[in-house]
Design a protein around this ligand. Structure first.
Ligand SMILES: *Cc1c(COP(=O)(O)O)cnc(C)c1O
Length: 417
């Protein structure tokens, strides 16, 4: 059940009307429902109650400290892809020993820092990275816990920009390379092979590719065990899709088929869900600035733009757009566009709505890869972020001030021409 509902003619997040949020904090503003984040996390947690598991929330989907803090409080681990994300997790009260570190371009500095923090595991993506990690760990007298990210060469059937499990993608190593690298790690005194992982893409709407990947990983786990390399956890990655418009598998359904395949193996199951935890927990609240109806096309210019919410422009993603306070009037088809000087700057196309200037709109399903991908393009300050919990409203991300935007820039001294 959604936390975003119309009550007394106006869209609410849990017990708080979005109108009151716009009044208090202006627009554009991201609104997160704490209850929705918690229930998505608990859906994973409860479905796996009967076996050892760790849900490592993928920080890049939404890295706001308040979001991380809610999840840390529920016992979540975290999947990070930079040292910045690891520092955020720690600042939000997360535990380093529940962190897995993914990504194809970890620097030596990042490896050193992650080793010092005592993270649970490095998800290694290449032979060069493995050898570099071994060198860093040896120099500081530590043993690096490693997992090889296997690229199972499955087609996740998702958008090409967010498909990661095919041979031609830059991620992970093929299964035979992984097999060889486990031996390398096993033989190196500064490395300890502890796990195996994969991540085949994002917004995946069919469970079959996950199961195909799991089969591929389990075959290697079983072979390695025969060779005396016993792995402690298997990490199937993130990527479960959500219902922006299309229908997505339920978390419970996915978990039950996964665990059935794992059988009685003594392996901790690790998952790295991002989108499926936060996407539907967030909305982007924006106000209509101008209406430009014409014979060719009707445009509603709103105060949120592609710098605030990039998904529609980047992936041609569809997100529902709702009137916060629906009113009488002629409804038409509108393209909902932002103020940025790009034709690709839109939040939605051809949406049938009765609109007036000054109306509030809500771009739904904006909790994942929303604020996290925001930029300052066109020297626009990034939006405010609020979290609702029941009747209470908390500002969890202040709107940037204009003066913040060029504070790090310098004009060279002396003659410039
Ligand atoms: C992005 C990413 C995730 C999260 O993907 P979602 O589709 O948001 O669940 C998990 N693991 C890795 C390695 C990633 O890069």
């Amino acid at each position: 059940m959604s936390a975003f509902k119309h009550q007394q003619g106006s869209l609410h997040c849990e017990g708080v009307p979005l109108e009151a949020i716009a009044e208090a904090h202006g627009t554009p503003t991201y609104v997160y429902s704490r209850q929705t984040i918690e229930s998505a996390f608990l859906a994973y947690q409860n479905a796996l109650a009967d076996r050892p598991h760790l849900i490592c929330y993928a920080v890049k989907a939404n890295s706001n400290l308040a979001v991380l803090n809610v999840l840390a409080g529920l016992g979540a681990g975290f999947d990070v892809v930079s040292i910045g994300e690891l520092e955020r997790v720690i600042a939000a009260g997360g535990a380093a020993d529940k962190v897995v570190f993914s990504g194809v371009g970890k620097t030596k500095q990042e490896m050193l820092s992650a080793l010092e923090h005592g993270i649970r595991c490095f998800n290694v993506e290449s032979e060069s990275e493995l050898l570099t990690l071994a060198g860093v760990a040896a120099t500081c007298g530590k043993t690096a816990p490693v997992s090889m990210r296997v690229n199972p060469d499955v087609d996740a059937g998702t958008h090409p920009y967010i498909s990661t499990g095919l041979r031609e993608n830059k991620f992970g190593v093929d299964i035979e390379t992984a097999r060889r690298l486990y031996q390398v790690a096993h033989d190196h005194r500064a490395l300890e092979p502890v796990a195996i992982d994969c991540h085949i893409g994002s917004q995946i709407l069919d469970i079959a590719p996950f199961l195909e990947s799991l089969d591929c990983l389990l075959a290697l786990v079983d072979d390695l065990a025969v060779e005396g390399i016993t792995l402690r956890h298997l990490d199937i990655g993130g990527g479960l899709g959500v219902s922006y418009q299309e229908s997505a598998p339920a978390i419970e359904e996915y978990m039950s088929v996964l665990t059935a395949k794992l059988g009685s193996r003594d392996l901790e199951l690790v998952l790295e869900p991002g989108r499926s935890i936060v996407a539907l927990a967030g909305t982007l609240l924006t106000r209509v600035l101008y209406l430009k109806p014409s014979d060719a096309k009707n445009f509603a210019v709103v105060d949120a733009a592609m710098n605030d919410l990039l998904r529609p422009s980047l992936y041609d993603a569809w997100q529902d757009i709702q009137a916060v306070t629906p009113h009488e009037g002629e409804s038409r088809h509108w393209d909902i566009v932002g103020p940025i000087c790009e034709t690709g700057d839109f939040l939605g196309k051809d949406r049938r709505l009765a609109l007036s200037e000054g109306d509030l709109l809500a771009a739904m399903g904006a909790g994942a890869y929303g604020f996290a991908m925001a930029s300052n393009y066109n020297t626009r300050p990034r939006a405010a972020e609020v979290m609702v919990s029941g009747e209470s409203l908390h500002l969890v991300g202040q709107r940037e001030a204009l003066s913040d935007l060029w504070q790090r820039e310098r004009i060279p001294e002396g003659p410039t021409s």
